[in-house]
Design a protein around this ligand. Sequence first.
Ligand code: 13P
Length: 250
Amino acid sequence: MRRKIVVGNWKMNNTVAESLDLATEIAEKVGTGSLSCEVGIAPSFLALHEVGKVIEWSDIRLTAQNCHYENDGAFTGEVSARMLAASGCSYVILGHSERRQYFGDTNIVVNRKVKKALEEGLKVILCVGETLEEREGGVTESIITGQVVEGLSGVSDISNLVIAYEPVWAIGTGKTASSAQAQEVHASIRATVAGLYGQQASEHLRIQYGGSVKPSNAVELFGMPDIDGGLIGGASLNTADFMAIVLAAC
Ligand code: 13P
């Protein structure tokens, strides 16, 4: 039985003070030992360390939204996996479609980041997803397979990996993939992973869905056989909505 995982990706929202308020509220609700699923929050880099301190007593996993593929050096403006691990992060989100779309994160770059983050002891949430043009062009499966295969090139152990399927057309648009559409892609990702790492590893792999997840659609999405939780954007900025989604998975 896979343990579901729900992570709030706060993206570029909230000052440090606002992040601390939100994190404190969520930590009070999540507490310790009461939920059957895993819960994470991903504040901005600026707030990460301080948020880590206020959630430390709770079961919440501190998550980063990105990292660089080198540990140190002349990379102005970047943050490394080594720094994140030392600041108490458990997870890092890599290959988010916004990183791919606006910041040049190709499959090759994402793969370098994945390898470095795993090497530094972080767990990785590898995001994959097709654009609307790709879906309408009938190439969803080949795009997703390419993102999985290239993103994991040279990775031999996937026990610290989670994959998040986030159709680009469903992110922040209010358009959710139907539970059947999401399930179809999740099953195909699991089949790809089985081909790469074997049946057993693929059955253990958790695959989250992301893209306009709300309290009103979470139960149905998380009820699908290959959907093991969610990566939540907008709805994770509100404690009541986020907790309703968390409870749909727990
Ligand atoms: P929304 O939930 O706002 O659609 O964002 C999804 C997402 O990109 C999470 O990483």
